[in-house]
Design a protein around this ligand. Structure first.
Ligand SMILES: Cc1cc2nc3c(=O)[nH]c(=O)nc-3n(C[C@H](O)[C@H](O)[C@H](O)COP(=O)(O)OP(=O)(O)OC[C@H]3O[C@@H](n4cnc5c(N)ncnc54)[C@H](O)[C@@H]3O)c2cc1C
Length: 397
């Protein structure tokens, strides 16, 4: 196809990505130095995409995700000073001192994964994008409508421009408007809880261990960052999180020290607290003719198991591969047959992780006695039964 041309009022691209978040940009970078003309449309101004604000999310990345970021030529841009390693992860239930343990030696790697602030990932994705001449960022533009016919898809932007393309890829968040406009609904689960994320400095060292303390009304987790700092994650009812958000800093520090049973000694809030609603989504279809959803628009995970962006990267790796194979065989990249390969491959990876994560949350936030007993049993069961534990560890490889 011949693209990025202007015909009348229409601009023409091979692929249009709606959403310049981390998934949309990473996907577009997969077509670096090819003849594929890609446009990314985002409602945010370029300056905000280039210099994203801190959003409190510390992203735990698996080894496979790092491999993808290396392949996309993004990893080399990220300063090693801003990356920490996670050597071990421990899951504790209630007030019990017994813990389920995942250790880096069990996957024969030097660590279980890496921790990087989300805004650092996004900034470096943009740095890579900036150098690519076949990718155009159309900023400050919202996608208002989408029309698909046999030969092409066309979208209308809020700036009045019209784009024709072979394929529209929606990476416009878990509340994807593009997905809805295409008549694709999603399984949605509202946990009626909020998650507060923030960075804290603490007295006792984390020793590169991530912790997840499942208490009954509140889940308290920590992700080991550089120096004596951790990403602190508190999941609780909306009332409780709203009180924690309003609390003055000194009181909040004390509250966190108590919530961690003084595990880290003295704790001090660094920067702001950020609150996120806990709503998970799973699109009922990932594709239709000339249309695909990726990232959170496909699967909006609960952050408790830290798999959202990892799954997003896995999904875009699959889709890039299917599109490149189609191009090699001179096949139309918008055909459902091409896109369906992506759908079935991503579904195979994402469905078990999504269902297991939601199941874990149900069980570990339930206060009824059978659930409490089952929780204790499961921690021991996964620790002791090797094949079960291996299933969890394989996700990290
Ligand atoms: C507290 C928290 C902690 C997390 N921790 C982890 C972790 O440890 N590990 C992990 O793997 N994942 C984690 N995640 C998940 C991860 O942050 C997300 O999976 C990831 O950010 C999703 O990226 P995305 O690009 O798909 O969507 P988004 O980041 O939501 O980006 C969507 C983009 O689309 C644009 N947009 C929306 N609608 C339109 C429109 N109509 N027209 C134009 N543009 C539009 C928006 O402006 C935005 O730029 C966490 C999430 C949270 C909330």
């Amino acid at each position: 196809m011949t693209f990025n041309k202007k015909r009348g009022n229409n601009i023409i691209f091979d692929i249009v990505v709606v959403g310049g978040g981390p998934t949309g940009i990473a996907f577009a970078c997969g077509f670096a130095e090819t003849n594929v003309r890609v446009a990314i449309v985002d409602k945010l101004p370029r300056e905000v995409i280039a210099n994203p604000k801190i959003d409190g999310r510390e992203i735990a990345l698996t080894h496979h995700s790092v491999k993808i970021l290396k392949k996309l030529n993004v990893w080399r841009h990220i300063s090693s000073k801003l990356i920490s390693v996670i050597k071990e992860a421990r899951v504790l239930d209630g007030d019990s001192t017994y813990f389920l343990n995942f250790n880096h030696q069990e996957i024969q790697k030097e660590c279980l994964g890496y921790l990087i602030p989300n805004h650092v990932i996004r900034k470096n994705l943009y740095k890579r994008l900036r150098d690519l001449s076949n990718i155009t960022l159309i900023n400050k533009a919202e996608c208002l409508s989408i029309n698909i016919n046999k030969q092409y898809a066309s979208i209308v932007l809020s700036n009045g421009k019209k784009i024709k393309t072979s394929l529209v890829v929606a990476a416009d968040s878990r509340f994807s408007k593009m997905r809805s406009k295409m008549g694709i609904s999603a399984f949605t689960r509202n946990f009626n809880k909020n998650m507060i994320v923030c960075r804290m400095e603490h007295e006792k060292p984390h020793q590169s261990i991530a912790y997840e303390f499942f208490r009954y009304n509140q889940t308290q987790a920590s992700l080991p960052y550089i120096k004596n700092q951790s990403g602190i994650i508190t999941t609780a009812t909306k009332d409780l999180t709203s009180a924690l958000m309003k609390m003055d800093k000194k009181k909040f520090n004390k509250e966190m020290e108590n919530s961690f049973n003084n595990f880290f000694g003295k704790m001090k809030l660094l920067g702001k607290r950020y609150s996120y609603p806990m709503v998970t989504t799973y699109a009922k279809k990932f594709v239709s003719h000339r249309f695909a959803v990726i990232g959170d628009a496909a699967v909006g995970m609960h952050p408790v198991t830290a798999h959202g962006f990892n799954l997003g990267l896995k999904g875009l790796e699959i889709l890039i591969d299917e599109i490149q194979t189609a191009i090699k065989h001179k096949t139309d990249i918008g055909l459902t047959a091409v896109l369906k390969n992506y759908q079935s491959k991503l579904h195979r990876v994402a469905a078990p992780v999504y269902l297991a994560t939601n199941g874990i949350i149900n069980l570990y936030t339930s206060t009824i006695l059978p659930a409490k007993l089952t929780r204790q049993f499961i921690l021991r069961f996964v620790n002791i039964v090797k094949p079960v534990k291996q299933t969890f560890l394989n996700i990290l490889k």
